[in-house]
Design a protein around this ligand. Structure first.
Ligand code: FES
Length: 104
């Protein structure tokens, strides 16, 4: 099972995610603070916004148009911003560390 480490204001949390599970679902299931998943993973709410580490970018899928449109409305967007509902455990990585964005 892929291991996901979530850094957040209170420290960090390590979660075992099922293959094929989104990082949003894994975080909500484990009670990671700051990951809400309000839209249920439809890439429209940005309450699952995380930053990935720059060195992991080559292993991750490109941001698609829907994700890009949603991230456009996020004031604290960075090049490493991702919607965690669009990151799928096991899709190119066995472990990943992400930082929960302050705004959600
Ligand atoms: Fe809404 Fe990810 S859960 S954009």
């Amino acid at each position: 099972m892929p291991t996901i480490t979530y850094r957040h204001r209170g420290g960090q949390q390590v979660v075992e995610a099922a293959d094929g599970q989104s990082l949003m679902r894994a975080a909500v299931g484990a009670g990671v603070p700051g990951i809400i998943g309000q839209c249920g993973g439809q890439a429209v709410c940005a309450t699952c916004h995380v930053y990935v580490d720059a060195e992991d970018l080559p292993h991750l899928p490109e941001v698609d148009e829907d994700q890009d449109d949603t991230l456009e409305g996020v004031p604290d967007r960075r090049e490493t911003s991702r919607l965690s509902c669009q990151l799928v455990a096991g899709d190119g990585f066995d472990s990943l560390t992400v930082t929960v964005a302050d705004g959600g």
